[in-house]
Design a protein around this ligand. Structure first.
Ligand SMILES: C[S@@+](CC[C@H](N)C(=O)[O-])C[C@H]1O[C@@H](n2cnc3c(N)ncnc32)[C@H](O)[C@@H]1O
Length: 258
């Protein structure tokens, strides 16, 4: 299936935060319920161990994505005190206010473009469900910039570019209608925009289907990684299914000098 770069509502700079969070809050719940990255959590501990880092800089964070639940699992498995800095080009101000820094999670309140990460934001760079937003040249730049700054990079997407998953994701509105009462933060606006004026089902379904068309295959991700010519980097890529969800990933980190 050929990759297509079609717009998503969450890409639009003028798209209001209240509508943007209809998707990102839903995604946060979906990941809390399904834990799609848990089968590969060992990759995260491997990167931490091999690079001796316990700080993560998450790009394209939305409402926090998997980190809200993943941080506890990672802390337990690694035995480390982990800190996560969530960032987004369009930061979720509600989520930023509510996060408790003691938990290890902080939300940077200012815009951070994944294409121009400030060099003083050091840590393992993660992108959960954000990488497909970028066309190939920009996607490569994100990987290359991590390499130039000698930082590890971890890309995970609950996506695979197949016709099966395109048709499978047509079930998104049903999942959304069923799960919305549990999406946090609870709000009357969300209920109205889901059940009375069905903006949420339309927008979330559109962005999900387009995401399938825009995501990268493991082979394409590995090609980008190799184009960086970072011979000292260890790269791992692959795909799997977990609780019905398709997952694709790329992990790269500088190897320890022997
Ligand atoms: C599909 S959401 C994923 C959110 C979250 N990581 C998750 O897994 O639920 C994609 C996020 O990317 C953000 N985004 C889009 N373009 C961006 C850019 N150039 N730099 C940083 N964030 C961007 C959007 O604001 C949105 O929050």
């Amino acid at each position: 299936m050929k990759r297509m770069q079609i717009f998503e509502f969450t890409d639009l700079p003028w798209w209001p935060e209240v509508l943007r969070s209809l998707l990102t809050d839903f995604l946060e719940l979906l990941m809390k319920v399904t834990q799609p990255f848990s089968p590969k959590i060992s990759l995260l501990t491997e990167v931490m161990k091999e690079t001796k880092q316990t700080r993560f800089v998450d790009l394209c964070s939305g409402s926090g994505g998997p980190w809200l639940s993943l941080i506890k699992d990672l802390q337990k498995i690694s035995g480390e005190n982990i800190s996560i800095l969530l960032t987004d080009k369009y930061p979720n101000s509600e989520r930023a206010k509510k996060l408790n820094p003691i938990s290890g999670l902080n939300y940077f309140p200012y815009s951070v473009d994944a294409l121009a990460v400030p060099s003083d934001l050091k840590g393992i760079r993660t992108l959960f469900n954000g990488f497909h937003h970028f066309p190939p040249d920009y996607a490569f730049d994100i990987i290359n910039d991590a390499v130039k700054n000698d930082q590890p990079i971890v890309v995970f997407e609950i996506l695979q570019r197949t016709w099966f998953d395109f048709f499978y994701f047509m079930l998104t509105p049903i999942n959304l209608l069923l799960l919305t009462p549990w999406v946090q933060p609870r709000s009357i606006t969300r209920l109205i925009l889901t059940y009375l004026i069905p903006i949420a089902p339309i927008v979330v379904s559109w962005d999900s289907l387009v995401s399938i068309l825009r995501c990268y295959t493991p082979e394409e991700l590995m090609n980008m990684a190799h184009q960086t010519n970072a011979k000292h980097y260890i790269w791992k890529t692959g795909k799997y299914r977990h609780k019905g969800l398709p997952v694709t990933f790329l992990v790269g980190y500088p190897a320890k000098e022997k």
